[in-house]
Design a protein around this ligand. Structure first.
Ligand code: FAD
Length: 457
């Protein structure tokens, strides 16, 4: 029987689902899979993106772990594609590769002042509060008023973490260094800005509703934003999700704190709709001092237009949650405009000729861009894997397909790779750290320590 030696690069949900689907599907060939991951721990953004106070979603890890624990996928953690292992290496040892490297950079927001001190991308803040090993341990929260631009779930995550009292995060897996910074936070007012109206947001109802349940936080919505146009009324009438979102927001209009009046909480989370950020002003030291935004209105054909009315809110920090962006991989075609690997249903395409590049596939956020929930990466992986299986005639013909060659290669390069057993060791170590404090786990953050624990050194 023909054997497919497959490399998968990126052990987030997309890569793990692709491996699982391939192993379970009916096929005419044998399979052996090596999964390469840059971090010493698998699960991608489920571990390093999903917020610590969303344990139910973090629970997806249980299903992903079930796949890895079956033992039919080899994991090489702490291995970076591009430096520790290259495309030429993969061609030398495998029949094909699936790239599932996700998207971890922030998309840009081109307004004056965006490079000022105190202006951050959402991805940087998320990586910090989720204990990503490759970002600094410290975060300076030094302002009572902060701004967040974006009307998707990432903007909600950031706003919630900034508004929430740190003690309410304690039962979660929030890293200790993060807890300590949040505990000393001076933030009292979080202002969230969206360019469009309440009926056009990309929030999911569950995540929005959760904001209204935060202890000692007033939700501040403004009556002027609810003067709906026909398109908004149609969206509310025809779309169940929009209807629920509207219902949640309308209920907040009745609460103390609405319109900035009568609230008693020590912190406030303001939602400003129809607000297009146009400039971050900075002080003499280059620090963010305020956000200027223009009020917008519907343009009658499904878009928005500026009203010319400029408003300004003082703030010392500004976070842009305007989308994530993929990173190029050495030797792999890349679409600079969309931040993805160009592909046809997961078959990688040449950036120049648009023709299928044999042996190379993509899945997950690096395939279709940073949109969609974890569950979407499963259907995505299915499509990619079906092409891979059907393309048997055009797989690479590796010179050295033996399974021992890869550990030997990494060893010869001095790469301190970690494996499944190592992940179990780290997992148990983190849970043991949490146990005395009644917490499910305390994440190990420094990369060297993660590797040391994993390798039992
Ligand atoms: C802040 C945030 C919150 C989210 N919250 C939710 C939520 O609550 N619910 C939900 O359903 N979805 C949520 N999502 C979406 C979800 O995280 C994504 O749908 C999913 O993680 C995408 O999976 P992926 O495998 O494509 O990418 P990722 O999860 O990013 O995995 C990619 C993996 O590839 C690795 N990698 C990258 N480059 C290399 C390289 N050169 N060499 C080796 N390895 C590499 C990375 O380290 C990473 O482990 C959230 C996303 C973000 C950003």
């Amino acid at each position: 029987m023909t054997k497919l030696r497959l490399a998968i690069v990126g052990a987030g949900p997309a890569g793990i689902y692709a491996a699982d689907i391939l192993l379970k599907m009916e096929r005419s060939f044998d399979v052996s899979i090596d999964l390469f991951e840059h971090l010493p721990a698998p699960y991608g953004l489920v571990r390093y993106g999903v917020a610590p106070d969303h344990p139910r979603i973090k629970g997806v890890i249980t299903a992903l772990r079930g796949v890895l624990d079956r033992g039919d996928i080899r994991i090489f953690g702490n291995v970076h594609f591009g430096t520790d292992i290259t495309l030429d290496d993969l061609k030398h040892h495998y029949n094909a590769v699936i790239f599932s490297t996700g998207a971890v950079r922030d998309a840009s927001l081109d307004i004056p002042g965006i490079d000022g001190k105190g202006s951050f991308g959402a991805a940087d803040f998320v990586s910090w509060f989720d204990g990503h090993p490759d970002v600094p341990r410290t975060w300076e929260l030094d302002s009572a008023s902060v701004g967040v631009v974006g009307n998707g779930n990432v903007a909600l995550d950031i706003s919630r973490i900034l508004a929430k009292h740190a003690v309410d995060l304690l039962p979660t897996e929030v890293p200790q260094n993060v807890y300590e910074v949040l505990e000393g936070s001076p933030v009292t007012d979080v202002h969230v800005f969206g360019r469009r109206g309440p009926a056009q947001v990309k929030f999911t109802p569950l995540e929005l509703r959760e904001l209204g349940e935060l202890r000692d936080v007033d939700m501040v919505v403004y009556d002027e934003d609810f003067d709906y146009d026909q398109a908004s009324l149609d969206a509310i009438a025809s779309n169940k999700q929009v209807k629920v979102i509207d219902r949640v927001l309308q209920s907040w209009r009745q609460r103390p704190g609405a319109n900035g009046e009568g609230g008693e909480a020590s912190r406030r989370l303001h939602l400003h709709f129809w607000a297009n950020p146009i400039e971050l002003t900075t002080d003499a030291d280059g620090r963010v001092a305020s956000l200027k935004y223009e009020r917008t209105r519907p343009d009658g054909v499904g878009g928005i237009e500026g009203t010319g009315e400029i408003r300004e809110i003082p703030m010392g920090q500004f976070y842009r949650a305007v989308g994530y962006f993929g990173s190029p991989l050495d030797g792999v075609p890349f679409d600079e405009h969309h931040g993805v690997i160009p592909n046809h249903e997961g078959q990688v395409l040449s950036a120049e000729s648009n023709e299928i590049v044999p042996g190379m596939y993509a899945t997950g956020w690096i395939k279709r861009g940073p949109v969609g929930l974890i569950g979407h990466t499963k259907s995505d992986a299915m499509e990619t894997v079906q092409h891979l299986a059907a393309d048997q005639g055009s797989w690479w013909q590796p010179v050295e397909p033996g399974e021992d060659a890869i550990p030997a290669l990494l060893e010869s390069r001095g790469v301190a790779w970690t494996d499944l057993e190592g992940w179990h060791r780290l997992d148990q170590h983190e849970m043991a750290l949490g146990e005395p404090e009644g917490r499910e786990r305390i994440k190990v953050v420094p990369r060297e320590e993660m590797v040391r624990v994993s390798r039992g050194e």
